[in-house]
Design a protein around this ligand. Structure first.
Ligand code: ATP
Ligand code: MG
Length: 230
């Protein structure tokens, strides 16, 4: 489904990603974990063409994403749930959703989003900025779904949420997995990763330091690669 090989990414003179390779199979959840500033968002932005310079191979099935523009990548079915949610605070919930809606007979509709997130239905006429962090995260996920993606990139969906909301967002992501969506989940919440992901990559200073099935992502590996002192 998603296949990255030998990816290098740069901001000006700064070389951020070094020879990164990563795969997410259809219907699976790949997790990308790593401490702050290690290059997780840069990886996501490389996939959707938002970094100024990237080299290597990034493919969605047979489609080459490196030579494509962001809008083409989105049209091809890659949805983004950005870090910090990035909803429009001065638009209503419904307006936030319809801005990305693609009018097709099949796939996600506003109604289906409201079924998945009853809280958003209740608050559809409220301003985006008045929602709680968890509701804003739902709105951000709903907005991505309305582009009818086959692959969703989630950049730290649990960031800044209460433990209860983290649980709720985890449940939602699990439901999307059941619906057959393929996902790349960037997270620092390791419990969430263990609960949802099939396969885990650890990013350290722009390089993959570990990869393996979620069962092998044990405490020793976590201590070795993710402890604050290392
Ligand atoms: N627009 C930019 N211009 C220059 N350097 C950048 C830019 N964005 C990120 N960087 C640098 O690239 C490196 C990787 O950043 P990135 O945002 O990918 O990390 P991250 O793993 O997503 O971190 P976090 O968990 O804090 O979101 C950092 O050293 C950061 O300072
Ligand atoms: Mg980030």
């Amino acid at each position: 489904m998603l296949s990255i090989q030998g990816l290098h990414a740069y901001y000006g003179e700064s070389h951020i990603l070094h020879d990164l390779s990563l795969e997410v199979e259809k219907g699976k959840v790949g997790a990308l974990v790593g401490r702050n500033g290690m290059g997780k968002t840069t990886t996501i932005h490389s996939i959707i063409g938002l970094v100024p310079r990237r080299e290597g191979m990034i493919k969605l099935n047979d489609y080459d994403l490196v030579s494509a523009q962001s809008f083409q990548i989105s049209k091809r079915g890659v949805g983004l749930v950005p870090q910090g949610r990035r909803i429009f605070p001065n638009l209503t919930v419904k307006e936030n959703l319809v801005t990305t809606q693609i009018n097709t007979k099949e796939g996600w509709t506003l109604e289906k989003i409201f079924d998945l997130f009853p809280q958003l239905k209740e608050r559809q006429h409220f301003m985006g900025g008045s929602l709680s962090g968890g509701e804003q995260q739902m709105l951000s996920i709903g907005r991505a779904l309305l582009t009818n993606p086959s692959l969703i990139l989630l950049d730290e969906p649990s960031e800044g949420l209460s433990p209860l909301m983290v649980q709720e967002v985890s449940q939602i992501i699990k439901r999307l997995k059941v619906e057959g969506l393929t996902m790349l989940l960037v997270e620092q919440n390791l419990a969430m990763v263990k609960e949802i992901a099939d396969y885990v990559y650890i990013l350290n200073k722009g390089k993959i330091a570990f990869e393996g099935p979620v069962e092998s992502f044990d405490e020793e590996i976590q201590r070795k690669h993710l402890a604050l002192s290392s």
